[in-house]
Design a protein around this ligand. Structure first.
Ligand SMILES: C[S@@+](CC[C@H](N)C(=O)[O-])C[C@H]1O[C@@H](n2cnc3c(N)ncnc32)[C@H](O)[C@@H]1O
Length: 389
């Protein structure tokens, strides 16, 4: 079965490279195509020099909305440091983009927890040289506390691993199920266009993944499988001796990800703040993402000793850490009603369920080798002073 998926040509060195790869191999599975579109060393979306995050880029992230997000995460990190009660507190952040979350966390630690700041080592793990350079510029004032490592070299003796919107950027396989048979989307080329072909039987790795997960795409539906994510989670767990992992991203538990109503999966592209579902046009000029399977992360984490301490929506996480109280303080400090309203609107984005980042965004907090404590982020909404019930 063949589907025509793109019209118009892709005149770019990356598109030429992909067409050559397709010719050589007879077709790329979607994850190979996505890996090159995002991470080709020279032309990939994340590798080439360009503005990706914020107003002048393609998408917003929570840390690009307001520094309150990072300040609240810093509060959770400070409690973790207290629970670990070790000399050095190691924070490792992977996929930090331009480094805004790292900056806001380090600023908050320096301001609110100076003793902890002085014994913090903040390591960034970043695949994109362009982003690494941006991080180094942004974090210049914290250079005594910051270093960079590649994916295979970091280790947390005592501390916390952190990522925000990393896992949704891992390449995914795309599948469909028809007449009870699972088929995989391959990308081929015809007349210069990228086209999709459904192929079967699917690779053994994919069947093994769905058996391990105990779930998968249902009849008639299209869905993704992120095979990189569980391996990544196992790696993260095995690199932590004592400590925590915080994973923030948009996604669902498996059952919701493969729910019958999600007929076309979750693959999305972002360019200049416009979302679309065609990854075959303007390859390399737009971000491609898929929602994260948080059940897979929890299962894989458990295999390497990472225990789930808390999992929930980002709005609950932020409210637990004091979002509401901070908002009241910021509003009180605003010089006029116009400024207060603008602030409310900006911050609303972080917690609003529909258009904002509050509900689709989830937070997973895991621990290893630390007694399960009452985390600050787990504070119930009913316990927030003056908050909602
Ligand atoms: C959507 S951006 C994250 C945004 C950022 N965390 C923020 O809060 O603004 C994804 C980031 O992950 C990086 N990335 C993707 N795969 C990676 C990997 N395997 N190791 C390290 N960084 C990776 C990308 O280069 C990019 O910096």
């Amino acid at each position: 079965m063949t589907q025509q998926n793109s019209s118009g040509t892709n005149d770019s060195p990356l598109a030429d490279f992909l067409r050559q790869q397709i010719e050589k191999s007879g077709g790329l599975d979607f994850s190979e195509f996505m890996a090159q579109a995002l991470y080709h060393p020279e032309f990939g979306y994340y590798m080439a020099a360009r503005d990706r995050i914020g107003k002048g880029g393609d998408f917003f992230t929570s840390s690009s909305v307001n520094n309150l997000f990072g300040r609240l995460v810093a509060r959770q990190l400070a409690q973790m440091a207290e629970l670990l009660a070790d000399q050095e507190f190691m924070i490792v952040e992977q996929g930090a983009g331009e480094g805004h979350l790292s900056l806001d966390i380090l600023d908050a630690l320096a301001d609110e927890f100076p003793e902890l700041y002085a014994r913090t080592v903040y390591t960034l793990v970043e695949v994109s040289p362009d982003n690494q350079q941006r991080q180094a510029c942004l974090l210049d004032q914290h250079s005594a506390r910051v270093l960079w490592s590649n994916e295979d070299d970091w280790r947390i003796v005592s501390g916390c691993f952190l990522s925000n919107e990393l896992v949704d950027a891992f390449p995914v396989h795309v599948l469909e199920k028809h007449a009870g048979v699972l088929q995989e989307v391959f990308v081929a080329s015809s007349g210069g266009d990228f086209i999709e072909e459904l192929r079967q039987p699917v690779d053994k790795q994919l069947s093994a993944y769905f058996s391990w997960l105990g779930n998968g795409p249902i009849e008639g539906n299209r869905a993704e499988a992120n095979l990189v994510a569980p391996d990544w989670m196992r790696q993260v767990g095995s690199r932590i001796e004592r400590g925590f992992a915080i994973t923030i991203d948009y996604g669902y538990p498996t059952q919701e990800l493969y729910a019958p109503y999600r007929r076309m999966g979750t693959l999305m592209c972002y360019q200049r703040h416009q979302a679309d579902d065609n990854p075959y046009l303007q390859v390399g000029a737009k971000d491609i993402t898929a929602h994260v399977d948080f059940t897979a992360l929890q299962l894989a984490g458990a295999e390497v000793g990472l225990e789930t301490l808390w999992f929930g929506e980002q709005y609950r996480f932020l409210l637990g850490l004091g979002f509401f109280e901070e908002l009241l303080l910021l509003e009180a400090a605003a010089t006029d009603e116009k400024e207060a309203r603008a602030l409310r609107l900006t911050l609303k984005n972080l917690i609003m369920p529909e258009q904002g980042m509050g509900e689709t965004f989830k937070v997973l907090v895991q621990s290893k080798g630390v007694a399960a404590p009452g985390l600050l982020c787990a504070r119930e909404i009913k316990d927030i002073p003056g908050g909602m019930s």
